[in-house]
Write a protein that binds this ligand. Structure first.
Ligand SMILES: Cc1cc2nc3c(=O)[nH]c(=O)nc-3n(C[C@H](O)[C@H](O)[C@H](O)COP(=O)(O)O)c2cc1C
Length: 340
């Protein structure tokens, strides 16, 4: 594995909140974790502590910002400086209408010069690395036609041009979701499933621009698949598998030669979660939302249903998260709880 190699867990709205990141960090000490995508306006005008606070235990953590106005993204980066995120990532991959309708997210792929200007403005406000998460292309003929004649941006050469222009503004690290985004007619979920994966185009990008850090994303579900991608690119970003089967994340540390894997058992993870939940219950008065993204801890194992039933709200009267987790340790099969 090269010095630059990294494995990360993708930014995912409603999933990668601070509690989920804490949970992931109990399983892997090495994977780079991302926030959910946060709109630059939300950072500027919203409840900053609510959106930006995190526990230092989660580090390294990357803040992902969405925006399309260079003054706003720069202002958001300036505000976030106080929180000491390890890197700032700009979202150029989200196909959602809420985002692309505003010419943010994936739609920005049609405007590489604008993205370069945004990056330059962000770099004036922070010394942290600025990275870009994008798609291999977009198809947005109608959505963007008021401003552009033709925005089918679907050829490898289009992506390479985008990356070259943006890298000239000082971005060295590109995370590429190996599908195009179809900006109309498909929901965000369909946009993660229907456009075919074109990994070879991401490999080609690394081949053509070897000085850049190229990280691949999309459909990676196993350690074998990670190892295969690492023969071609510098890093791999895992999305859905991280909440569908989070226990697989324990294998990640073993991919870094210098690390000694945590290899916590599910029992140890739950015990650590109990302490965390108690702390959060004291601080926030509730832990209901905290367990919503740990449902996959027993994926494909005996006890999976029981676990999901136990921690899915509504919880029995008088029960908090810590009591439910204690209960889980009593009723779930001990061989699965102690498996490493
Ligand atoms: C529930 C959900 C929310 C997502 N939210 C974001 C987001 O906030 N920012 C982003 O760049 N991508 C987001 N994505 C896309 C993922 O980061 C990732 O690119 C995509 O799921 C493909 O990777 P996978 O096949 O490993 O899941 C989201 C995906 C899911 C499933």
């Amino acid at each position: 594995m090269s010095a630059k190699t990294r494995i990360s867990i993708a930014p995912m709205v409603d999933i990668t909140d601070r509690h989920f990141r804490y949970f992931c960090r109990l399983i892997t000490s090495k994977a780079v974790l991302y926030t959910e995508m946060i709109n630059s306006k939300t950072i500027i005008y919203g409840d900053k502590k609510r959106h930006l606070d995190f526990d230092p235990f989660e580090k390294p953590v990357v803040l992902q910002i969405a925006g399309c106005n260079k003054r706003e993204v720069a202002e958001a980066v300036k505000i976030a400086e106080e929180w000491d995120y390890d890197e700032i990532n700009l979202n150029v991959g989200c196909p959602s209408d809420r985002v692309s309708g505003n010419q943010m997210g994936a739609a920005l792929m049609a405007y590489p010069e604008l993205v370069a200007e945004m990056v330059e403005a962000m770099k004036k406000e922070s010394k942290k690395p600025i990275t870009i998460k994008h798609r291999i292309g977009i198809d947005g003929t109608n959505v963007l036609s008021s401003t552009l004649q033709q925005v089918v941006f679907n050829e490898y050469e289009d992506m390479e041009r985008f990356v070259k222009i943006v890298s000239q503004a000082g971005v060295k690290h590109f995370i590429v979701h190996a599908r195009i985004a179809i900006l109309e007619g498909l929901s965000p979920k369909e946009n993660r499933e229907i456009p075919p994966l074109r990994y070879h185009e991401v490999y080609r990008l690394k081949e053509k621009l070897p000085q850049l850090i190229v990280e691949i994303n999309g459909g990676v579900k196993s350690i074998d698949a990670i190892n295969e991608h690492l023969r071609h690119v510098d890093g791999v970003m895992l999305g859905r598998i991280a909440y569908e089967d989070p226990f697989m994340l324990r294998e990640i540390d073993g991919l870094y030669k210098e690390s000694s894997p945590l290899k916590r058992s599910r029992r140890e993870i739950i015990e650590a979660l109990i302490n965390y939940v108690q702390k959060i219950e004291t601080d926030l008065g509730t832990s209901t939302n905290l367990l919503r993204n740990v449902l996959g801890l027993f994926a494909n194992q005996r006890g999976s249903r029981k676990w999901r039933q136990l921690i899915t709200p509504p919880w029995p009267k008088g029960y908090g998260g810590a009591q439910l987790l204690e209960e889980a340790l009593k009723v779930l099969p001990s061989d699965i709880l102690d498996d490493r």
